[in-house]
Ligand binder design. Structure first.
Ligand code: ADP
Ligand code: MG
Length: 570
């Protein structure tokens, strides 16, 4: 099995479950398609009857000629009308089935991607992901509906017409049949080259979307450092590379189409020559030759379309591969067999000989041993890059340790289901991210389904209402994308309200007060104090005051614990 066939099968296996629910629509589409083929086959026959009837000498005097002509005329109209209707029904059925199936694919791919581990997301640009999700899925759908299905219809038409042609005159049939293998061989070669070009083009497009997304995401830095020119040049370079691959794919598929035109011309010439001779010899009536030439045109139209579709299908195959690569990326954060919900825990945490790594380089954490009692407050200090955030990410299972085990209440984290584990931990980061929506909606993300009173209470605990009351819409004020319309301290307090609402036994503060000015830091500290009261807390901090407020201070250096000391306040 060639690489290409394997890929094709993988795509079909992936799409199968999505197409199955639409099988009625698809069956209806195929039924309409066969009807269409049948009417297409019938269409030229009235013409044959008329020609053969009128060229007979003295046809004008023959009785019933007018009736025959009228009947044939009616037949032409009838066949055309029914063919149009079948074709319409076929398109509707296939598009409906295709659109439904692909929307399900898109929803699933999005859901899958959201759950992929941090390691995956830090290694790929979000623009490229968006491109796969929106544009590659769309391409696959369009092609399935407008090329793959008609392609099947065309193959059926071609086969049926060949049979009729052989029955009419086997010598002419042979000529047409001889053209087929030539065409197939060539189109196979061309289409694999088109797929390659299309695959490169799609990945270039992904790069483009990635770099554009990055630029827009950092628009403040871009404008502040006047990086526009620099980024423009980079974009233009990628753009050009994308263009050249796109042109290559288009050129290849246009070449295949034109080449088929020439092949059709040669076959038609041969048929005319041999067919004309057959009439002279009396093997064939003129009407039959007309039907033959009509069929020839009819049969080669699908072949030309085949060439056209091959190009588009090859491009869609490239898109399909990109989607499958994404879906095939498995999350390595599997739960242990028999993992169960983590209910209310005491909040004892233990790290035993834990090491963590982001890849081949130096491990980010080495041999971490740390026992934290329920309700204890631990400060994590150390230079930037010493592994503090990594330690926190292990607790949330954003990644798993490469050695050792992390436990909550004495059980390995993998014994808890991922969702319930994360639901039991609240985290506040340095750069708190808000989503487009109101302040209230943003707070409610801490616990979807929380009542308005609950949200208002959390807002109060976290000192959000202090500034929200002064906003025109109060808690219902909309924040811009990523909360850019609020100050850092305000965003931070909303994030704290979110954590308060979560009511988790374990709280992680990863540099939650770093970079705030003194006044907003005070309001944030107060809110944090209330959030952490009575809970097991990990405080990653650079501030000596914050560290001293904890029960113990753990110092990390280059991924190792180098010092643990009781805080003097205890
Ligand atoms: P801290 O929070 O103490 O500043 P981190 O835990 O973020 O440190 O980082 C510890 C080490 O892991 C650093 O050497 C850093 O370069 C590396 N690291 C952190 N995040 C990633 C990542 N997503 N991919 C690869 N390496 C990472
Ligand atoms: Mg950090």
């Amino acid at each position: 099995m060639s690489r290409r066939e394997r890929r094709g099968r993988r795509l079909l296996r992936f799409l199968g479950p999505y197409l199955r629910p639409e099988r009625r629509l698809i069956a209806g589409g195929f039924f309409a398609m066969f009807a269409e083929v049948a009417f297409r086959l019938l269409e030229p026959w009235p013409l044959k009857i008329v020609i053969d009837a009128v060229i007979v000498p003295g046809a004008a005097q023959s009785p019933g000629i007018v009736g025959l002509l009228a009947l044939c005329a009616l037949g032409v109209v009838g066949a055309a009308g029914l063919r149009a209707l079948s074709s319409y029904l076929m398109t509707v059925c296939f598009s409906l089935a295709g659109t439904r199936a692909m929307n399900a694919v898109r929803a699933d791919v999005f859901a899958h991607t959201l759950r992929l581990p941090l390691r995956f997301h830090t290694g790929i640009r979000s623009g490229d992901l968006i491109n796969r999700l929106v544009s590659d899925v769309g391409k696959l759908r369009d092609v399935a509906v407008t090329a793959a299905m008609p392609l099947i219809g065309n193959v059926v038409t071609l086969a049926a017409m060949l049979v009729v042609m052989f029955v009419l005159d086997w010598r002419l049939g042979l000529i047409v049949a001889a053209a087929l293998p030539v065409f197939l061989l060539h189109s196979r070669r061309a289409s694999s080259r088109i797929t390659d070009a299309a695959r490169i083009q799609r990945s270039r497009e992904g790069e483009l979307a990635g770099s554009a997304g990055e630029s827009f995401g950092a628009i403040k830095v871009v404008q502040a450092y006047t990086l526009e020119g620099e980024l423009e040049r980079g974009f233009a370079r990628s753009n050009e590379r994308e263009l050249s691959e796109g042109v290559r794919a288009t050129r290849l598929s246009a070449g295949l189409e034109r080449w088929t035109d020439v092949l059709v011309g040669i076959a038609t010439a041969a048929v005319l020559f041999v067919g004309g001779w057959s009439i002279v010899e009396g093997h064939l009536t003129p009407g039959e030759l007309v039907v033959f030439v009509q069929y020839l045109k009819g049969a080669f139209k699908p072949m030309r379309d085949l060439a056209k579709y091959t190009g588009r299908i090859a491009k869609a195959a490239a898109s399909g591969e990109r989607i499958i690569d994404l879906v095939g990326t498995r999350s390595d954060l599997a739960d242990l067999p028999g993992a169960h919900r983590m209910g209310r825990v005491d909040g004892a945490i233990s790290f035993r000989r834990v090491s963590a790594s982001y890849g081949d380089g130096e491990p980010a954490l080495t041999d971490i041993d740390l026992e934290i009692a329920p309700g204890e407050r631990i400060a994590l200090v150390g230079h930037s890059g010493s592994g503090k955030s990594t330690l926190a990410s292990l607790l949330l299972r954003l990644q798993d340790p490469v050695a050792g085990s992390v436990r909550i209440d004495g059980r390995d984290l993998r014994a808890y289901s991922l969702d319930s584990l994360r639901a039991g931990i609240a985290i506040v980061l340095q750069e708190s991210v808000l989503f487009t929506g109101s302040i209230r909606e943003n707070i409610r993300m801490g616990r979807p389904g929380a009542t308005d009173e609950h949200v208002a209470w959390a807002a109060q605990v976290a000192n959000v209402d202090e500034f929200a009351d002064r906003l025109p819409g109060g808690l219902d004020t909309e924040v811009g994308e990523r909360g850019e319309t609020l100050s850092g301290g305000q965003r931070q307090r909303i994030a704290i309200a979110r954590a308060v609402l979560r009511d988790a036994r374990i709280v992680i503060l990863d540099e939650a007060t770093t970079g705030l000015d003194t006044t907003s830091a005070a309001a944030v500290r107060e809110a944090l104090e209330r959030l952490c009261a009575g809970r097991t807390t990990l405080v990653v901090t650079h501030s000596p005051d914050d560290a001293l407020a904890c029960d113990r201070i753990v110092t990390l250096r280059q991924g190792r614990i180098v010092d643990v000391k009781e805080s003097s306040h205890a």
